[in-house]
Design a protein. Structure first.
Length: 176
């Protein structure tokens, strides 16, 4: 039966492409994720940040022209750091939220389908620095590691990158 299905798929030209999981190791954990489309999202940092002692994975979208003619480069970043205290993901998130001010519009949870990793919490939000920015921020905890995900785009092009941002956030998990 499996051979028959494969032949039917091949005959009709169906192509099933599975998203490839990539990973990085930092602070004793291996973090896995699905990379956003490399044709649109450029890897701009993948390694330890000397100033913060955190592992930084950052993608920048190729420029998208907004209605005002500005070239916008949305960003997806994951910051992985050691967390030595015993606080849960909520306390970790509160500490991180105080460092990245924005107006929270919606809470994101694993139960709502926003994360694969169960020890996670996040937010849809926005801030204004002369231009309205929409952000998706996620916080994940696994053993002695915390990961903060920050996805940022101006409001004018957000609809073009939102699915990629949510897909990246949902894809993050840890190898045991």
């Amino acid at each position: 039966m499996k051979t028959f299905i494969a032949v039917v798929f091949a005959f009709f030209g169906f192509v099933c492409i599975a998203a490839a999981q990539e990973s990085f190791s930092a602070h004793g954990s291996t973090v896995t994720y699905t990379r956003p489309d490399p044709a649109q999202w450029n890897l701009v940092h993948n390694g330890m940040d000397a100033k913060s002692n955190a592992f930084l994975l950052m993608f920048e979208h190729s420029p998208i022209k907004d209605a005002e003619g500005r070239e916008i480069k949305p960003v997806i970043a994951a910051i992985c750091e050691p967390v030595t205290d015993s606080s849960d993901v909520i306390m970790y998130s509160i500490r991180k939220r105080s460092q990245v001010p924005f107006d929270v519009k919606k809470l994101l949870t694993p139960q709502g389908g926003d994360f694969t990793h169960k020890n996670s919490v996040g937010y849809d939000g926005e801030y204004n620095r002369g231009v309205v920015h929409k952000v998706i921020v996620g916080h994940l905890r696994h053993q002695g590691v915390g990961v903060q995900v920050i996805c940022d785009s101006t409001d004018g092009v957000y609809d073009k990158v939102e699915a990629d941002m949510r897909g990246f956030l949902r894809s993050i998990t840890f190898k045991e």
